[in-house]
Design a protein around this ligand. Structure first.
Ligand code: LLP
Length: 433
């Protein structure tokens, strides 16, 4: 009935997550509120790790792309699953370190890592750096050299694949700020140069073609292109790269119309391509890395708001305003991202009304969705937005000096705060008088 398995309706016709009545969560923790179901995250992790075991003999590691949602609790949870972590900034790395995440399982990404971020990575003992460009390569060689160490690096490659997704979240094509291009020879050149440097060891290559992708084909093409490139590197430079990081990007259902690929189908198809291509090029099978972010946490999350004013503009539309908005979820503004909405305190009533859901920020474009079918709503109702576990909290801002919501984790019929609600004091904390 709802897009995510952890959501149900109880006898009071209230929405539940992980068995807990969300109206009670809203009353206890106030709104806006992010809620995550721990069981769903564990289940999603297991789907990936099991399919890696089944179709690729476990010869790889699933990394959680922490940009989707990064908190210390989540880092600990991912560590407990035996998975690795993709971090893309000093802040994500610091969070992982504070959470005690095993640094050898961390991959440090980013198209413009700063010197202080790289110094942090060096001092933390980050396992692998995914190098984006030549300047960065030289800086890593210098920093690791000064410390008498050698960095294990992968190169971010633009495989030249057109993934069918929103322009802003498509990254594998040649006109992208990320990585080095294959078809121009840039990638081969930089690997050749890296192989001559004393303080880096090139262990592999990485690609990420985009996000929220529903097709198998671009993933398979990317895998084939990348394995062929590894073979080309072997033939041209005599260098055997052992790791192939295929990135993330697996689509999830935000609305009932969305029809994502089952992970198993993905893993099976991509494993076959990797195995066949490696065999045809006489390349040893690479150790594979995958980097799902959204598909680990999105379906585990919901956001709860309290409905405020409802404004009818006759003949035009009904605006329903909530106590959050673009400050806790900018995805509709940025990508016209679609969500499923439910009045949580009458969750199985038919959706006979249509609203445009407006946030409280001083910005006309501050909307969470337009022309949304919904139960008839009134002030004080609890509105739930579904599948918000990824790229909501992690993309939140303090626009209009609005404090960020709390995040609560539910498990075994109990709830606990994993991120405290910001206070006005937090808002002025770094202001100088
Ligand atoms: N690996 C790399 C190198 C990435 O750049 C990304 C996402 C991922 C893995 C994880 O992708 P996922 O499995 O979550 O699709 N803010 C956008 C999404 C941006 C994704 C950026 N990179 C959104 O809200 O849709």
């Amino acid at each position: 009935m709802f897009v995510s398995d952890c959501l149900e309706a109880n006898e009071q016709n209230h929405l539940t997550i992980g068995g807990l009545d969300v109206t009670e969560l809203a009353a206890e923790y106030k709104t806006p509120l992010y809620v995550l179901d721990e069981e769903t995250i564990h289940r999603n992790c297991k789907l990936y790790t099991d399919s890696m075991a089944q179709f690729y003999d476990g010869n790889g590691l699933v990394l959680y792309a922490s940009k989707a949602c990064c908190t210390m609790t989540l880092c600990k949870l991912i560590a407990s699953e035996g998975m690795g972590l993709d971090v893309v900034s000093g802040g994500e790395l610091y969070t992982a370190k504070k959470a005690g995440f095993p640094m050898e399982r961390v991959y440090f990404h980013g198209n413009n890592k700063t010197r202080p971020e790289l110094e942090l990575a060096l001092s933390c003992g980050v396992g692998q750096i995914v190098v984006d460009n030549r300047d960065e390569l030289l800086l890593i060689n210098e920093l690791w050299g000064n410390a008498g160490k050698r960095a294990d690096i992968l190169f971010r490659i633009k495989p030249g694949i057109d993934a069918h997704t929103h322009d802003f979240i498509m990254t594998g094509q040649i006109d992208s700020k990320f990585g080095v291009a294959l078809e121009t020879g840039e990638a081969m050149e930089i690997i050749k140069e890296a192989a001559s440097l004393p303080h880096v060891q090139v262990v592999g290559v990485h690609c990420h073609i985009g996000s929220q992708i529903f097709d198998l084909e671009p993933f398979c093409t990317a895998a084939e292109v990348m394995v062929n490139f590894m073979a080309d590197v072997h033939d041209a430079l005599g260098l055997t790269l052992t790791r192939l990081n295929l990135g993330g990007g697996f689509g999830i259902p935000y609305t009932p119309q969305d029809d994502p690929i089952p992970y198993n189908a993905y893993m099976q198809a991509v494993s076959r391509v990797v195995k066949e291509t490696a065999a045809s090029r006489m390349l040893p099978l690479p150790y594979i890395l995958m980097e799902p972010g959204r598909s680990i946490v999105a379906s585990a999350g919901i956001t709860l708001y309290t409905v405020g004013n409802i404004k009818e503009i006759p003949g035009i539309r009904h605006y329903l305003s909530v106590d959050g908005g673009m400050c806790d979820n900018p995805r509709y503004m940025l990508y016209e991202a679609e969500y499923d909405f439910v009045i949580a305190n009458r969750c199985t009533d038919p959706k006979t009304a249509t609203y445009t859901i407006a946030g409280k920020c001083c910005e006309s474009g501050d909307l969470l969705g337009e022309n949304i079918p919904l139960q008839q709503a009134q002030r004080g109702d609890i509105l739930a937005v579904l599948a918000t576990g990824a790229y909501n909290y992690s993309m939140a801002s303090n626009y209009n000096r609005i404090p960020k919501p709390a995040m609560v984790m539910v498990k075994d019929g109990k709830s606990r705060v994993i991120v405290k609600r910001e206070t006005y004091e937090d808002i002025v904390r770094n202001d100088c008088e």
